[in-house]
Design a protein around this ligand. Structure first.
Ligand SMILES: Cc1cc2nc3c(=O)[nH]c(=O)nc-3n(C[C@H](O)[C@H](O)[C@H](O)COP(=O)(O)OP(=O)(O)OC[C@H]3O[C@@H](n4cnc5c(N)ncnc54)[C@H](O)[C@@H]3O)c2cc1C
Length: 381
């Protein structure tokens, strides 16, 4: 087993790291978060670097990088804010879906826009009455001549109001089909007539925003469906492991920085004539956090390694999402304790890390849902 990155992977890691250190300084990330401001300028600066086509297959004009590179990029981008990594990954997720399932028309329209940094995507599946039980969604799209007419409500849709955003909407297109079978993915422009958005007041991903969407007879052209009608669920599942790994990698990147910040504080802060790091009780906490962080990192690499080889990894990807998100949350919670009252202020980063950690263990399938998947796969006959 080789734990070394290739020369090219090291160069990729170093270039993303340098960009993030230059463009995403912690104080700037804090301000974006507190102001609830979308990081358009930062994301647009990635376009000339070719990062939006990095994971597009070579035959579609991209660089064809694989899962290990995705893990590296997702981790590095999240160092000072997981929202940067999320926004970038949403673009990559859109591209991968379009490349694999989209029509030539969709490829021609969207891919050059993404590569130019002029296209964002959001994914809208969750509804007021269907969260973990996502397949029970009720938003309906009905064909009327050459248009789909959409009615329904979505919640917690991340970055739906971002500039140049297209919503990839999960809607029921066959009311008679079984739960997972009658669902399609439909491109809906964020300014479509009949669509209203309300920004929700949430503690996580404030930079990107979470939105409630109401569809009142929204009409989009018939060719707005991604791939085949009623195949939407298969498409979502098709990239699930990659998505879980990238969320997990982002958590590792952000948690590493949070951990470094905690260690630095413990070295400097003195009480009872000693630095806090000299107290054994605190040292044990730090040791436990470091072990968890290293295990989380290894789980990400393991899933990337399996994905690269085409080895089925549903259980491992769920383990990875579960452990890495919970580890990031736990490090931030311990950080809040270890920094005392300063940990509870917005000035020291621990409170933001905690808020983002709660988002990570909830969004994209909660920790309990990952446990369900792992247990089901172990116990099935
Ligand atoms: C930061 C953030 C970003 C998000 N972004 C998006 C987005 O972009 N698009 C989108 O569509 N959605 C998004 N979501 C929504 C997210 O996918 C849902 O919150 C998630 O699927 C859980 O659904 P719910 O909140 O309705 O909770 P529920 O499903 O009601 O669950 C409530 C609790 O019960 C537990 N539970 C539920 N079912 C089971 C079970 N079978 N076994 C054990 N425990 C169970 C859950 O683990 C949870 O603790 C986002 C959420 C967050 C927090």
């Amino acid at each position: 087993m080789d734990f070394n990155f290739t020369e090219e992977q090291c160069m990729l890691r170093d270039s993303v790291r340098a960009f993030i250190e230059r463009e995403c300084k912690p104080e700037l990330m804090r301000q974006y978060d507190l102001n609830g401001e979308y990081p358009t300028e930062i994301l647009q600066k990635m376009a000339p670097l070719g990062w939006y086509s990095a994971f597009t297959p070579v035959e579609h004009g991209g660089q064809g990088l694989g899962p290990m590179e995705l893990a590296i990029v997702a981790e590095e981008m999240a160092r000072f804010s997981p929202s940067i990594s999320t926004a970038y990954y949403m673009a990559i997720w859109g591209v991968l879906n379009i490349v694999h399932y989209g029509s030539q028309e969709h490829k021609d329209y969207f891919l050059q826009r993404v590569n130019a940094g002029k296209q964002n995507f959001s994914f809208s599946m969750t509804e007021p009455d269907s969260g973990s039980d996502a397949a029970s969604l009720r938003t309906r799209a009905v064909l009327d001549g050459d248009e789909w007419v959409i009615n329904g409500e979505k919640v917690f849709s991340t970055q739906s109001a971002a500039p140049d955003n297209t919503i990839i909407l999960c809607a029921r297109t066959d009311a008679d089909a079984q739960r997972h079978k009658g669902i399609s993915l439909i491109f809906v422009p964020k300014d479509a007539k009949g669509l209203t958005m309300r920004r929700l007041s949430t503690m996580s991903r404030r930079m990107l925003g979470n939105y409630q969407l109401t569809f009142d007879n929204v009409r989009v052209p018939r060719n707005s469906v991604l791939g085949e009608v009623n195949k939407g669920w298969d498409y979502i599942v098709g990239h699930l492991e990659r998505e879980r790994m990238s969320v997990a990698a982002a958590c590792v990147g952000f948690a590493k920085q949070t951990f470094e910040d905690i260690v630095q504080y413990l070295r400097q802060r003195k009480q009872f004539g000693k630095s806090l790091g000299e107290f054994q009780a605190i040292q044990h906490t730090i040791a436990d956090l470091k072990v968890a962080l290293d295990c989380a990192q290894l789980l990400v690499y393991k899933v990337a390694w399996m994905l690269e080889r085409g080895i089925p990894c549903g259980t491992e990807a769920a383990e990875c999402k579960l452990f890495c998100t919970e580890t990031q949350l736990n490090i931030s919670m311990q950080g809040m304790r270890l920094l005392g009252a300063y940990g509870l202020t917005e000035d020291f980063g621990m409170a933001r890390a905690f808020r983002e950690g709660m988002g990570a263990v909830t969004g994209g399938g909660t920790s309990n849902i990952q446990r369900n998947i792992i247990a089901r796969n172990i116990l099935k006959a």
